[in-house]
Design a protein around this ligand. Structure first.
Ligand code: ADP
Length: 301
């Protein structure tokens, strides 16, 4: 269990990236969802002991992470957002090198580790090729291989699927899904489907604050019966936004379809629609943006 308590972080330039974050993260896959600039990477860096938060506490299975960061690092696997090392070195040699750095000293053990990880992330066939020539998806799979060296108990992956095409994303997520149930995996993302596909628990971070958390299905259930949709003309969108809580707009056959949050059908022409996690996310963002002004339905935290 990872316990984050009253964590805040303010950068030297005065940006308050994390504002009193408290979260209990059990074993299994945990999704941290939030728009760009929400503070996800700042939180991930604090948890990975790369950045000392201004205030607060982090405990992992009882260990005081801020007091003994090196003890956490021994159990940590981290795939940063900007894993920007793409050397002209083969995947095999690089992984071997990283295993040395992570303390897998014995040659035989290292060979076993490197070989089984390359198989696991499906890079065995290209193990002798330079990482510099890898596609985005292959690089991310290499990134998860290096994060898994040494059987970490806490795995942090920061926006791993950003920029991947759907097939690569699917492949990468399948890999994540295979990581054991007995470890804590934190996946930070702004892609709602990643959380839907993978996570048994989640939280939404906006402006450095946790604004919602729980099991995805429980959050969806709170919205059931309160989401309405209708197709509209493009030029009507601004007027609808004025009149009602439009939480999402998507195109269907080139025509906008809006989702509106309301206790009852807001007007004739709207039909009820089954809520999904995307509705939860957009309703939460909408509620934050409108500061309660037009928000009639409160999402429980
Ligand atoms: P996310 O990962 O959700 O996009 P970040 O944690 O990267 O969010 O950023 C949160 C806020 O902190 C943003 O306003 C960002 O501009 C700011 N920020 C991030 N890193 C730094 C830094 N090193 N110095 C100053 N401000 C930063």
């Amino acid at each position: 269990m990872l316990s984050i308590s009253r964590l805040s972080h303010t950068y030297p330039n005065g940006t308050r990236a994390l504002d009193d974050v408290t979260l209990e993260i059990p074993r299994g896959m945990f999704g941290l969802l939030g728009p760009n600039g929400a503070g996800k990477s700042s939180l991930m860096r604090c948890l990975a002991t790369l950045q000392i938060p201004t205030a607060g506490e982090i405990r992992f299975d009882g260990l005081d992470v801020l007091a003994e960061p090196q003890r956490l690092r021994a159990q940590l696997g981290y795939l940063p957002q900007d894993f920007g090392v793409y050397p002209r070195v083969s995947a095999y040699d690089m992984l071997d090198h990283l295993a040395v750095l992570k303390g897998v000293a014995a040659r035989g053990e290292r060979k076993d580790t490197v070989e089984s990880l390359l198989q696991q992330v499906n890079l065995w066939d290209v193990r002798k090729k330079a990482i510099a020539g890898f596609s985005g998806g292959m690089r991310q799979r290499f990134g998860i291989a290096q994060a898994l060296i040494g059987n970490p108990k806490l795995i942090i992956v920061d926006e791993p699927t950003a920029g991947l095409d759907p097939e690569e994303r699917n492949r990468f997520n399948n890999l994540l899904a295979e990581i054991g149930e007995n470890v804590v995996v934190i996946l930070s993302t702004h892609i709602v489907d990643d959380v839907t596909d993978l996570c048994s628990r989640m939280a939404i971070l906006v402006g450095g604050r946790i604004v919602s958390s729980g099991a995805p299905q429980a959050l969806i259930d709170q919205l059931q019966g309160k989401v309405w949709q209708r197709a509209i003309d493009k030029e009507q969108l601004a007027a609808y936004r004025e009149r009602m809580a439009v939480i999402a707009t998507r195109l269907r056959g080139g025509r906008p379809v809006i989702h509106v949050l309301a206790e009852q059908a807001p007007e004739a022409g709207f039909e009820p629609v089954e809520a999904g996690l995307e509705d939860v996310y957009f309703a939460t963002l909408h509620g934050q943006r409108s500061n309660g002004k037009t928000q009639h339905i409160k999402l429980a935290a």
